[in-house]
Design a protein around this ligand. Structure first.
Ligand code: FE2
Ligand code: FE2
Length: 357
């Protein structure tokens, strides 16, 4: 049974007949109810509801200015849908159709006139107990939802944390100067923003782009640490890092890991189809096309054993020249604008993944 505190329950009674109203009030006071608001004017129902915030409303059905149906209709417009606020209908004789209509319009129970004190007390208490149970259930649900939200956040945070650590591992392996993975992540994020992608996609690209070269952890030292010019066999071995990366990140249903895998596999594809795996144009996943550009720009503008370092302007020209060949032409144009807008900041940016002390 419930531990209902009747003295705290707020009741609103509406009846145009003052003696009936007084009788109801007296019965309920006798039963321990202390917070009873009464009115003989049904037109004040909504106003009283707002002021009193009752736990239960009992309304007469036949009243001159406004009948019980209209009272319920007006209340329905202001009572929040998630709230269980019992409305009891007090009436003399009730035929079946009127009863059905009252129930359909939100009445939870009926009280017959002339009222029977015991019945009034029991029926009102029943409704208040039901309201209390509804409330407890709602609070319990809200608590559970909050718990689920918290757990989901922890899981997401763990995923991001692990991705960062993976990116760091990849960087230790092949980026002696540090910062490449982080800069590629930042530039890919800026390009995704300029492309107009939704915020969650931009965030995912920012998080997954630093992992593009994760597959290099699986390459031989002889290839990865070579400082001299690469021969055909070296290039062939180097190409494997996209497949190794894809294998490392495969078989996950987590959207972040799925995108990271896509990026690892396709960041050396070229718009004209002459890249590592021969994928062409828009068949290359967008995240892969974006990272391809960010990665190439960063390699062009930083010392590398594979090619001469370019100035910002030279890199911009190269990216424009490669529009529609190596790069998605639309992204190339966005990248040109990004270089104009951010300038040196694109080169100097270093983040938490920086390895150089
Ligand atoms: Fe790569
Ligand atoms: Fe890279």
């Amino acid at each position: 049974m419930s531990d209902l505190d009747v003295s705290a329950a707020k009741l609103l009674l509406i009846d145009d007949d003052l003696p009936s109203l007084k009788l109801m009030e007296a019965i309920l006071k006798q039963a321990g109810y202390e917070k009873i608001t009464t009115t003989t004017d049904p037109r004040q129902a909504v106003q009283f509801y707002r002021e009193v915030k009752p736990d239960l409303i009992a309304t007469d059905m036949r009243m001159p200015e406004m009948d019980g149906f209209e009272v319920m209709r007006q209340l329905a417009g202001v009572i929040p849908t998630e709230e269980y606020l019992p409305i009891l209908v007090i009436t003399g004789e009730l035929d079946a159709p009127t009863k059905h209509r009252a129930l359909a319009e939100g009445a939870k129970d009926f009280l017959n006139k002339p009222v029977d004190a015991t019945e009034v007390v029991l029926r009102i208490k029943n409704q208040l107990v039901t309201r209390q149970l509804h409330r407890q259930l709602r609070m319990h649900n809200e608590h559970l939802e909050a718990q689920v939200r918290l757990r989901t956040k922890v899981v997401e945070q763990t995923q991001l944390d692990l991705l960062n650590r993976l990116a760091l591992a990849a960087e230790y392996r092949h980026d002696a100067t540090g910062g490449h993975a982080w800069r590629v992540g930042r530039m890919a994020m800026l390009l995704a923003e300029m492309k107009g992608l939704p915020a969650d996609q931009v965030e995912m690209i920012k998080r997954t782009a630093p992992l593009h070269d994760i597959g290099k952890v699986g390459l031989l030292d002889a290839v990865i640490l070579k400082t001299g010019p690469y021969d055909a066999a070296d290039w062939e071995a180097m190409k494997q890092h996209t497949k190794i990366g894809s294998r490392l990140l495969s078989d996950s249903r987590a959207p972040l890991l799925m995108m990271a895998r896509e990026v690892a596999l396709t960041h050396h594809e070229r718009w004209d189809g002459t890249g590592y795996h021969g994928i062409k144009g828009v068949q290359i996943p967008l995240a892969g096309r974006i990272v391809a550009l960010a990665d190439a720009f960063d390699i062009m503008t930083h010392p590398s054993p594979y090619r001469a370092t370019l100035t910002l302007n030279q890199a911009k020209v190269e990216i424009e020249v490669q529009a529609g060949k190596q790069f998605d032409p639309e992204l190339s144009a966005l990248c040109s604008r990004l270089i104009d807008r951010e300038g040196e900041k694109l080169l100097a940016a270093t983040g938490p993944l920086q390895l150089v002390a």
